[in-house]
Design a binder for this molecule. Structure first.
Ligand code: DX5
Ligand code: ZN
Length: 227
């Protein structure tokens, strides 16, 4: 499974998103991670479908939309129409997760499910065969620039084992929160192959270079078969 870097524009200058995305893409970004927050599920408020639509016009790589919102079902059409290529929803807000996952897929969008740090892996037991990817939060969602929670590393291994047991060997694991050039090797070695990074890329003087360096560090840690 190839390792992919997904710069999170949450830490970019919102008045210059086009330039931020272009720099990340020059540095080798494989996806653009878009953090949608509603002020209810998480304390912060960020962006909605019109911004995703604008980003879609300038990005040349797929858009990975992370929905940190309550009642995500109400917005699946809007984000799919805006150009999301991948959409992830939090298991904590969805009593009918199976329905939501299949609703995302029915729109031709890759469906991911997300676990908060305190949410047990067993919450995925009945859905593991259906998902296109799993996102393991390695911070509590809501803000960029937080510290990586070390226990996330064993959680990635447990999610990998669960997906494999469910016969979903091709479903990648994404990790999000506090990832930088120093800890990326650990999470890749644990089995994460989609690497989100916000402040480690956009809170540097040279986001292009930061993307390139993070990708190199991630690839160096990946098993040869997955490079
Ligand atoms: C946090 C978001 C993350 C955030 C990561 O709620 O889901 O995607 O942008 O930012 P860093 O890499 O700074 O932890
Ligand atoms: Zn995110």
């Amino acid at each position: 499974m190839t390792v992919r870097i997904a710069p999170s524009i949450l830490s970019a200058d919102f008045a210059a998103l086009g330039a931020a995305i272009a720099a990340a893409e020059r540095g080798g970004a494989d996806l653009i991670h878009v953090d949608v927050m509603d002020g209810h599920f998480v304390p912060n408020i960020t962006i909605g479908p019109p911004v995703v639509q604008s980003i879609k016009r300038v990005a040349t790589v797929p858009l990975d939309v992370h929905l940190m919102i309550e009642e995500p079902d109400r917005y699946l059409d809007a984000f799919a129409d805006a150009g999301a290529d991948m959409m992830s929803v939090h298991v904590e807000v969805l009593p009918h997760l199976h329905r939501t996952v299949h609703a995302i897929k029915a729109r031709g969008v890759k469906a991911g499910v997300v676990l908060n740090p305190s949410t047990p892996v067993l919450m995925l037991d009945e859905i593991a065969a259906d998902v296109d990817y799993v996102l393991v939060m390695s911070v509590n969602p809501g803000f960029g620039g937080q510290t990586f929670i070390p226990r996330s590393e064993s959680k990635v291994r447990a999610v990998r084992a669960l997906l494999d047991r469910a016969g979903n060997r091709d479903a990648p694991i994404e990790i999000d929160g506090g990832i930088d050039v120093h800890n990326v090797a650990r999470v890749v070695a644990a089995g994460a192959t989609m690497i989100v990074a916000g402040s480690a890329i956009f809170h540097t003087p040279d986001p292009e270079r930061a993307t390139r360096e993070l990708k190199a560090a991630a690839l160096a840690a990946a098993p040869i078969a997955s490079r």
